[in-house]
Design a protein around this ligand. Structure first.
Ligand code: VG1
Ligand code: CO
Length: 544
């Protein structure tokens, strides 16, 4: 066998962020850059000799080349078998599913998720552990530490593997199995949801769906599950062919970037239900006819209706949400008499709660919802969950949400993103704000009085690990909140995220536009953080 040890020098910038290492493609294309990081992953693990690794990505530019490199490195480092998605394709939730189903040692997922792709776009890589979930902070820290001292990597000299043909081949002493990217995942979905009932909904001819895969990874999954297995008419899925540059789009399913779907759902003769997913298929946006469901509300609605869905008919053990996510889910949890956990941003913080059976559903305001069926958020799963609820309740999306608000009250919610901010200026803004939080308690801003102001710190209830500086939050006595965070997934400059929330129990006041309902809080956020001065921007880049 022809195994080479290639000597290399460390890069200083291989610190994983909220979800893996994300950099621009030209950064990854530097000599040894990808190899150094992959070897740093392997060097931080113990006991993988002869074990199985799962490998796949969202199909973006540099996916295929990276997979060939990683396969040869896995062989040289002693893995026994690699399961790789056909064509190098595995959505993030499907990768999680395949890791769990095959009891793999772990997996490597290649994606920069919702970031644009192409030769000048972004690329990313992350490691998932044997539970199918993103590596926890102690693992990503170890990988980063290793990357700072690495001196060489191991790689097998061998011809490329044919990724397009399903089947088994040999790479040195390691077996490579090219697997169908969809089937394991589709089977899992079928075990959770009432496919017959959803089939009837489509067969009724009274219901129309539009799913925008944004030329990203969910296309093959959505075609196979929605159109082939559930009988939705051909054409239900749009932009369903994964492209290396996402058709020049920005595969982020929000009101700004998924404008094609938004135009359809808010246009004339709009379908009843619309959904979009992101680059790697773990996010979802839910729309009704002329109606937008915030991700925080979506989580709350799924939780409140979970018993209607076969996979969750025995009820939920608990709910978990990231700190900036609205407290709508907390109200459902209180009603159900179950716990609601508040974690830092990033799916890796849900893993322990899911493994310990403390939470069944999890969600983030950033268009992420999921459950204990895998250890990643799952875009298509959320669409199927909604479809199942719609099929049972026979009401529109809007009716279901309105009814939810009448029962639980409405948590008005919005996130304002300022993208491409100068990093130093963003750091100054956060620094000033951090200092100010110490003296905010009890202060009055118009009708609002500050009840607490702090930098969110989380102690994991299972392993006791502590994560600090997870976002500055200012809470008011009426339950309203403003949260400030810097993004940990961007690749250029800094992105400031401002999260705004207020609670409205009065059904007579629940149909305002969120920006209007939150106007006073938006002004307070500006006053507190001096956003315009520090960012040099007079309005957010993206409002959701
Ligand atoms: C963002 C979201 C966060 C999400 C993360 C990864 O992180 O806010 O909720 O978990 O992206 O999602 P940040 O640090 O940029 O705010 V994905 O679909 O990019 O894997
Ligand atoms: Co994603």
């Amino acid at each position: 066998m022809n195994i080479h040890t290639v000597s290399t020098q460390p890069f200083t910038d291989q610190k994983p962020g909220t979800s893996g290492l994300r950099k621009r493609v030209p950064v990854f294309q530097q000599l040894h850059y990808l190899e150094n990081f992959v070897q740093s992953i392997f060097d931080s693990l113990e006991g993988y000799q002869g074990q199985t690794l799962v490998l796949g990505g969202d199909g973006r530019y540099y996916n295929r080349q990276s997979i060939q490199i990683i396969l040869k490195m896995a062989a040289a480092n002693g893995f026994g078998r690699v399961l790789v998605g056909q064509g190098g394709i595995l959505s993030t939730p499907a990768a999680s599913c395949v890791i769990r189903k095959n009891k793999a040692f772990g997996g490597i997922i290649l994606s920069a998720s919702h970031n644009p792709g192409g030769p000048e776009g972004d690329f990313g890589i992350k490691y998932n552990t044997g539970n199918g979930g993103p590596a926890p902070e102690k693992v990503t820290e170890a990988i980063y530490e290793r990357s700072k001292t690495i001196e060489g990597y191991k790689i097998l000299e061998a011809p490329d593997v044919d990724l397009d043909q399903i089947g088994i081949s040999q790479l040195g002493e390691m077996t490579v199995e090219v697997i169908d990217s969809v089937s394991d995942y589709a089977e899992l979905m079928e075990s959770l949801f009432d496919f017959d009932r959803i089939r009837q909904l489509f067969a009724s001819g009274q219901f129309r769906l539009c799913v925008d895969s944004m030329h990203a990874v969910t296309g093959p999954y959505a075609h196979a599950i929605l159109e082939q297995r559930l009988g939705a008419p051909a054409g239900t899925v749009i932009n369903g062919k994964p492209l290396e540059d996402f058709g020049n789009g920005h595969p982020d399913p929000n009101l700004v970037y998924a404008h094609e779907l938004v135009d359809i759902m808010f246009g004339e003769d709009a379908p009843d239900f619309g959904a979009a997913s992101d680059g790697d298929g773990d996010r979802n946006m839910i729309l009704g006819c002329q109606f937008f469901v915030t991700p925080s509300d979506s989580l709350a609605v799924l939780a409140a209706n979970a018993k209607l869905v076969p996979g969750y008919s025995s009820g939920l053990a608990g709910i978990a949400r990231s700190m900036p996510t609205s407290q709508a889910a907390d109200r459902v949890a209180a009603q159900l008499g179950i716990d609601c956990y508040e974690t830092p941003t990033g799916w890796k913080f849900f893993g322990n709660l899911l493994d310990a059976g403390k939470a069944t559903l999890c969600g983030e305001e950033s268009f992420g919802t999921g459950s204990n069926h895998v250890r990643e958020k799952d875009g298509l799963w959320a669409v199927l969950f909604w479809l199942n609820i719609l099929a049972v309740r026979q009401q529109s999306v809007e009716e279901i949400v309105q009814e939810h608000w009448r029962t639980y009250g409405r948590n008005y919610y919005s996130r304002h993103d300022y993208e491409g901010v100068d990093s130093d200026r963003a750091t100054t803004l956060m620094g000033n704000l951090r200092t100010a939080t110490a003296t905010l308690k009890g202060k009055q801003f118009g009708a609002y009085t500050v009840e607490y102001a702090d930098d969110f710190s989380y102690t994991d209830p299972i392993d006791g690990s502590v994560s600090q500086k997870q976002g500055l939050r200012v809470g008011f006595t009426d339950g309203s909140r403003i949260v400030f965070r810097l993004s940990g997934t961007g690749t250029q400059g800094a992105t400031l995220r401002v999260y705004l929330e207020s609670y409205q129990p009065d059904p007579g006041k629940q149909d305002l536009d969120a920006q209007d309902a939150l106007a006073e809080l938006i002004a307070i956020a500006e006053e507190l953080a001096q956003i315009r001065t520090h960012t040099g921007m007079d309005k957010p880049t993206v409002i959701t």
